[in-house]
Design a protein around this ligand. Structure first.
Ligand SMILES: NC(=O)c1ccc[n+]([C@@H]2O[C@H](COP(=O)([O-])OP(=O)(O)OC[C@H]3O[C@@H](n4cnc5c(N)ncnc54)[C@H](O)[C@@H]3O)[C@@H](O)[C@H]2O)c1
Length: 304
């Protein structure tokens, strides 16, 4: 009787054990030896190493994503940048970084993260070529400053399409490859923002801030689902960073150059390079027991 009742319920109401029977990607769950100490004698420099790891970075064509690509390369990884920008010219910052590492260590893939078939195709061809994927930084994102009374549905859909669904589908494509290959290990870093935690004083971007709150919650939920496969998922929430994204705002509103630094405890803006250590920490074994967490680095902005 109870079975009959259960199966007539909508799928989302079914208990997890029941639903998991129908999951196409369900494989043998990760069963760590709970008695086994993790990295008991690994030297610290090796814990932070990304040597020979394969890392994907969406939004890796410029800004924070490109700086994090450079950090991962320095830590020994092979990096695949996925971005909407046209393929980088030989005089671009991307090419200059690529040329300072061995050939093939940094590659560029042109894709819009909203184009799921192409995204899946690129991610699986990288996994095929490399034999594995070890990590992801999902940094592709857009920003728009428009008051809530004037926001159009199209613009709100676009914001959520890139910043939430785009991040979700990128993480899904990568996690599917990790699960399919039974890697039992992987780390995904979703770039959120301090704006996922607070409403910025004097910066009117309701959909962006809602999208970043969604990224933080998405990270917790993906961590909860994928922990059984040994996949860790965390978000990284920066404060104000000087990049192309904020440069435009400073040109339009010069007073923000002083107002924004004044809003945090260190009284300054940050630079993409200040998030390199966090990216390497989250992707490496140095953070092996960290999942479902948000690492907020905001000069104390949200701690007042
Ligand atoms: N700059 C800041 O102050 C700040 C603060 C907190 C969080 N962030 C977040 O950091 C991340 C990087 O931001 P940034 O400041 O380097 O901005 P940016 O605009 O310099 O870089 C964003 C990158 O994402 C790419 N991108 C945008 N839409 C895409 C799509 N649909 N498909 C594929 N790629 C796409 C862009 O081409 C660009 O290369 C974003 O998620 C942003 O929200 C930025």
């Amino acid at each position: 009787m109870s079975l009959l009742l259960r199966t007539s319920l909508p799928r989302s109401f079914l208990p997890l054990t029941h639903r998991s029977l129908t999951r196409p990607f369900s494989t043998t769950p990760f069963r760590p030896n709970t008695e086994e100490k993790q990295h008991p004698t690994t030297p610290l420099k090796d814990l932070f190493s990304l040597r020979d790891r394969v890392i994907l970075i969406s939004g890796g064509g410029r800004g924070v994503g490109l700086t994090q690509a450079s950090a991962c390369l320095e830590a020994g990884a092979r990096v695949h940048a996925l971005d909407l920008l046209p393929p980088p010219s030989s005089s671009s910052e991307f090419s200059s970084i690529a040329s300072s590492f061995p050939r093939g260590q940094l590659s560029y893939h042109h894709v819009d993260v909203r184009d799921q078939p192409k995204l899946n195709e690129i991610v699986s061809s990288i996994a095929e070529q490399e034999g594995r994927i070890d990590g992801l930084i999902a940094a592709a994102g857009i920003q728009q400053e428009t008051s809530a009374l004037e926001y159009t549905r199209e613009d709100a859909d676009k914001m959520l399409g890139v910043n939430v669904t785009g991040v979700f589908m990128t993480a899904q494509a990568v996690a599917r490859e990790m699960v399919k290959r039974k890697q039992q290990k992987g780390s995904l870093v979703l770039i959120g923002s301090m704006s996922g935690t607070v409403a910025n004083r004097g910066l009117i971007c309701p959909a962006y801030n809602a999208s970043k709150a969604a990224v933080l919650q998405l990270a917790r939920n993906l961590a909860a689902e994928w922990g059984e496969h040994g996949i860790r998922v965390n978000s990284l929430s920066p404060g104000y960073i000087v990049t192309a994204m904020t440069d435009g705002l400073f040109e339009a509103f010069p007073e923000r150059r002083t107002a924004w630094p004044d809003a945090n405890m260190l009284k300054r803006l940050s630079y993409p390079e200040e998030y390199r250590g966090a990216a390497v920490f989250l992707l490496s074994d140095a953070s092996s027991f960290m999942t479902g967490a948000d690492l907020r680095i905001d000069g104390g902005h949200c701690a007042w």
